[in-house]
Structures are given as structure tokens and as C-alpha cells.
Design a binder for this molecule. Structure first.
Ligand SMILES: [Mg+2]
Ligand SMILES: [Zn+2]
Length: 181
């Protein structure tokens, strides 16, 4: 295996890293509630050697439910809290477009993932993985030609190459595959 090649773990944000809410409620949310097993899971995924890349649909911006600033502040708070426990994201990519806009970046389209590969040609697609809690995440990963792991409700729907409840389980699965036992 060529260990000098980078690889990426693409992670959905809402419902995968932090609690998700009905669209209207996002207007009142300023503090991320990090889900069970997420900090430990991200630390392990990072230690295995994956670059962490957030890929998130934020059509609430385009549809006027939250402002771009509110999105930025919430994400910055999440990144700060993760940084504090030793987790660093390489990139954060988001789609701000309304659902009536036919953009290339909103999952299930693979635009955000493709953008990262284009900007980082040394990242090996074959060794990269997407982890998310909804069908659009899993479809975007598949469309980008990478392996997928369904967590939470995606797992309940039977989506993903591998399925589990929480991020720590996904991380342990990747770890066992990498190192055995
Ligand atoms: Mg989600
Ligand atoms: Zn978009």
C-alpha cells in the first residue's frame, strides 16, 4: 500500500457530527450539540490517517431560514470544540443554495466531494470514504465513486457499504480493517 498518498474521510455535518433539527428550528440554534461517539470517532479516523473533510447541505441559507453568518458561526463553534479535543478538519465544504436551484454541489450530487479531489490531487479516491446519516450523503459518496458508511438513520434504512449507529463504531470498523483485530 502506498502510505504516502493522502486519503479523505468526508463527513456530513447535521445528524452525523451534531444534532439535527427540523429546518425552521435552525433559526434558533447557535450552539452545536455534538453527538455521542463523535469526538472519539473523529480522533480515531484522524489517527488512522484520513484527512477530515466536512461536506454539508445548507439550503436553509438559500431559503432564508438562516444567514450565511449564522451558518459560519455555528460551524466555527463546532470546529473550535473539536479542535479543543484534538480534532482538525482539513476542509469544510458547504452548499448554500436553495432547493429550487439546480446547483452541482447539493448532495446527492457529488460536487462538493469532487471539488475536494480537484483541489487536492494527491488524495486517493480509492482509499477515501464518506460517512453520513441520510440517503443524500450515501448517494453523493456513491456518485463520487467512494466507499460509504451509513450512520444513524441511514444505517436504519440499510444505506452504505457498512452501517452502524454511531461514529465511533464507524471509526472502529475502519481501524479494524486497517490494522486487524
Ligand atoms: Mg445529515
Ligand atoms: Zn449548491
Amino acid at each position: 500500500m502506498n502510505t504516502s498518498t493522502r486519503r479523505a474521510a468526508f463527513l456530513d455535518r447535521d445528524g452525523t457530527l451534531n444534532a439535527d433539527y427540523p429546518d425552521e428550528e435552525w433559526a434558533t440554534k447557535t450552539t452545536p450539540e455534538i453527538l455521542c461517539g463523535v469526538t472519539e470517532g473523529l480522533r480515531l479516523i484522524q489517527r488512522i490517517g484520513y484527512d477530515l473533510v466536512m461536506v454539508t447541505n445548507q439550503y436553509t441559507i438559500g431559503e432564508g431560514i438562516i444567514s450565511e453568518e449564522a451558518y459560519g458561526m455555528f460551524t466555527a463553534a463546532l470546529l473550535r470544540r473539536l479542535q479543543f479535543v484534538g480534532v482538525t478538519f482539513t476542509a469544510v465544504l458547504y452548499c448554500p443554495h436553495s432547493r429550487i436551484v439546480d446547483c452541482e454541489c447539493r448532495k446527492p450530487k457529488p460536487g462538493l466531494i469532487q471539488r475536494f479531489f480537484t483541489d487536492n490531487p494527491d488524495v486517493d479516491r480509492e482509499r477515501s470514504v464518506l460517512i453520513g446519516d441520510s440517503s443524500v450523503d450515501i448517494l453523493a459518496g456513491s456518485a463520487a465513486g467512494i466507499e460509504t458508511i451509513g450512520v444513524g438513520s441511514a444505517a436504519l434504512q440499510g444505506l452504505g457499504t457498512y452501517r452502524c449507529d454511531t461514529l465511533i463504531e464507524a471509526a472502529k470498523w475502519l481501524s479494524v480493517r486497517e490494522y486487524g483485530s
